[in-house]
Design a protein around this ligand. Structure first.
Ligand code: AMP
Length: 106
């Protein structure tokens, strides 16, 4: 837990979000500023700033993030969707807690 991290605070239920999925590794909630008709985020509970900070053993978490993406896509009736992870400021990363964008095509 990083006390200054907005997604850690959501994970700790210190900041409200509509949690659509939660398990021991991950949670999913809508993006506050949606860029598609349906736009969810999948985050690990562990504070991992970016993909570049992954450590050996984190595969359980990163693998689970994809499974969760599939589940929330199904929950929101999206047979087709886009997945996006930005790594670093230059690529557009704003929140430095790993997250997977799950977006409808439109
Ligand atoms: P990125 O640009 O990949 O770092 O994406 C960060 C995303 O987090 C943006 O799409 C924001 O709209 C979203 N975001 C920031 N704060 C919140 C929040 N409190 N609840 C939900 N989404 C958020």
């Amino acid at each position: 837990m990083d006390k200054d991290c907005v997604f850690c605070k959501i994970s700790a239920k210190e900041i409200p979000a509509k949690i659509e999925y939660e398990d021991e590794y991950c949670l999913s909630f809508p993006d506050i500023n949606p860029r598609a008709k349906t736009h969810l985020l999948v985050i690990p509970k562990k504070h991992i700033p970016t993909i570049n900070d992954l450590e050996d053993g984190d595969e359980k978490i990163t693998g689970r993030m994809l499974t969760v993406a599939k589940k929330v896509a199904a929950k929101f009736n999206m047979p087709s969707y886009r997945l996006l992870i930005s790594v670093g400021k230059e690529a557009g990363q704003e929140v430095f807690h790993l997250h997977l964008h799950v977006m409808s095509p439109h």
